[in-house]
Ligand binder design. Sequence first.
Ligand code: ADP
Length: 626
Amino acid sequence: MRSQDRPALGITGAVAGLCLGFAILAAWSPLGQQLDAFAYDFLLRLRAPSPRASAAVVLALDEPTFRAQGSMAHLRRPLTEALERVARSGAAAVAVDIQLADLYDAYWDDRLAQALAANSNLVLASNLVGDRSTGQVTWEDPRPEFGRHATLGHVHADPDPDSINRQVLLEKAGLDVGRPTRRWALALEAYRLASGGAPVVETAETLEIGPAVIPAPRREERAVRVNFPPDRIEQISVQSFLNRPELAARLRGRAVFVGVTVQGGPDRLMTPYSAWYGEATPGVLIHAELYETLARGAFLRTAPESLTLATAFLLALALAACFHFLAGARAFLAGLVLVAAGHATPVLAFARDRVMPVSPAAATAWCCFLGLGTRHYLFTRRRLGQSEAQRARYQQAVHYVTHEMRTPLTAIQGSSELMGRYTLTEEKRREMAALIHAESRRLARMIEMFLSVERLSAGELELKREPVSSAAVVETCLERAQPLAERKQIVLRFEASHGSADPVLGDREFLEYACYNLITNAIKYSPANTQILTGVGRTGDSIRITVQDQGYGMEAHEVKQIFQKFYRTRRAQESGETGTGIGLSLVEEIVLQHGGSIEVESRVNQGSRFTLVLPRARDRVAEAAR
Ligand code: ADP
């Protein structure tokens, strides 16, 4: 694309900037965050499950178990019997996700206490109770007889605003007998005990257990995303476990999570998987999944915000460049590729276990594509309209010029033919030679004018630099234009005010052309019996040459276009006055080459005033004289 066919760089930049700002705001909105959550759940569900057997196993107090007991009220009995067997199974750790804060029955309570004591690496559930809004929350721990040999772990979930549990806060604080106490999550304690029982070492960014490093920044409240498909965790019904002793072998070396899994039970929560099927997941399964995440080191880390913003910024930049430098369909195709890249970036990041919100990049890509695309389309359409209008005007001008050229050519041809064919008197011959001379000069002037415009704007024409009296230039032009004015009974007046004698530094011939053009235009576009006032004066360091008429005038939008080549106002075309629409473009070029400017004021049916503002030559002339 040629540089003049491109939209202004500043505007492209502004559009891209606006779109980027809007996209970032949209991504921050609750809607953007919900979209990010949907995308996260979707990408999580796409993950291929590991073929390896799970490191955790769930002992489920499920429907068959309760059916065999006759009621859920007797949960302690199967729990006790199961724990007795688990104690002999060689499990790496045992986590019980059941509140043991109350008594059930003297016989079974005693037996349960013994079963719990027989299990090593035991973690029991501790719950925060109280008013969370006031922060007055207390740990509800298992009864002392149950928890004597156990480590306590919190069993709290922290669902997102859409009630879906995507992560677990590894640390929770509450009061324990009036003292502020922190508890690690049940799964973290089970993992710590299963991997040797080393203490948790805390840093700002991580928790370390022996050689294992868990990325859980303190500023994110030690949150860890649960990253394991629930169906990969082996589940064994407590009822089967009790009926088939050989199942105990399945627990060897694994972490056992014991909990209630009945459908519609109280401890069921939504996860990215279960939300898809519309069925809540048992809490104990979520703890087991978190354990699995920790044991496999399958951490999904949050990508730094700076990276997310940089991606959005680069996308906006690339789209701006694409719509600025490419033309037509290629710009849109490349734009679509970038939109696709905007969507692919978070997906690729997710494949590398980095969670990058989808909406900043996607919203930036779409906003910039639509914003810059619309601007590109409108710009192209405008340019097309402009070049079509210019083409039409050009054709009209060519038509006029060829028509104009035909008149002198016919005269030249006719006269020369007569001179060749007949013997003419000396007087007649001289008359015809004069005619041929005059017409050929007219033709030459016409051609010269056309060429001048092109060469001047291409910077190929050298202007002279000599002191020229503006007043003298105007007077010469008025003299030449007098016959034209008289034909329309138009009075030409001249007013020389203060400073009019000061010279300008320039090319007299071109300045005369400019001035003459303004005066003849004023005559052409004014009705008969009007006046034209021409003036020369000085304002500051500028010489001002003014031509003011009482003619047809122009609309404001027309004034903006009269310096374009071949442009003629509708009134000018209807006036019957001949013209090419290139005179003023040449005038403007001449003035610019002299370091000046041109001003136009015009009102429809009241008249126009054209002013040439040229730099005064005094200082430079004085300098040259020194
Ligand atoms: P033209 O050969 O048509 O006179 P110019 O380039 O000199 O070409 O002028 C361009 C157009 O500007 C004219 O066609 C006319 O529409 C408008 N124009 C120029 N001077 C005047 C004026 N004094 N009053 C009204 N319209 C003018």
